[in-house]
Design a protein around this ligand. Sequence first.
Ligand code: HEM
Length: 282
Amino acid sequence: MVTPSWRDLRPETAVSGEVSGTTRYIDIFQVRQLHTLQRPLTETAYEMAFLISSQVMELYFGLLCHELARARREVVADDVPATLRTLRRSVGHLRALEATWESYADMTPLDWNPIKAKLGKGEASSVHSYMFRHLAFLLGQKSPEMLEPHRSTPLIHQGLHEALSAPSLYDEVLALLQRRGLSLPDSAVHRDFAEPYVARPEVEAAWVRVYHDESFADLRELGEALTQVADRFHRWTDAHLTVTMRTFGAKPGYAHTPAVGWLRDRLEQVVFPELWSARTTM
Ligand code: HEM
């Protein structure tokens, strides 16, 4: 008797994608295709959860790129109320993104090792998540060196290069502050956007003024919405580090770098830095 495989225990229709006829629901959400996008390589307990939560995270990276690009346009159009709505939606998406870690919160190295072995040691790394990189660039985390892993995919590399050189959401917010009469040095507003952002005392002072001066109440709300976005993004990054420590320990990661140390360095990179540092003098 052939032992049935434990690899994929979903209903046959999910695995094969075969559905006779269709419904509006199936068509709108592309349900047939969606369920055939998971190809587990092992029979281990956590692989399906790992595959699906990774795909869900990728989709959320895309959704956040969409929303934050919209917020950036709304800032350029001086439409603060619309930006606030978009950022509040984005905070909800970031909460959902963080919750996806729950699917394998208790995974141990013994559960993870066989999955990782099948992914290809040293080859498969999420540094190849180009959608995450677009998101990081939009949030102002500009790191030209993170284009390197995308050299073998020229169109993705080109798209990321353009995103690197474009103003981030925060760059456009600083331009808005300047348009609203706040004193910001030109070097903060007209800079080489491909270069990593450097926090400036003048920008910090501008935020302090925004928070104290009632005539800037709408900008203060904008500052708070941006702080929430940064906070929630940071929590996802922090949870990622914890998952890595639990499942991977201090093994070397992609390109033989010290994985946990590398992720800790990333965690140190504060999103919208002056919105945090300004609180000391408020
Ligand atoms: C057990 C699960 C996971 C472990 C052990 C893990 C581990 C790591 C490690 C060690 C790195 C550093 C680069 C490298 O050496 O590859 C990394 C980077 C990264 N991982 Fe994960 N990861 C896991 C799950 C995920 C998932 C589900 C996602 C989302 C799709 C993800 C997204 C990322 C991203 C975007 C980076 C680059 C981070 C940055 O540039 O700041 N990881 N991960």
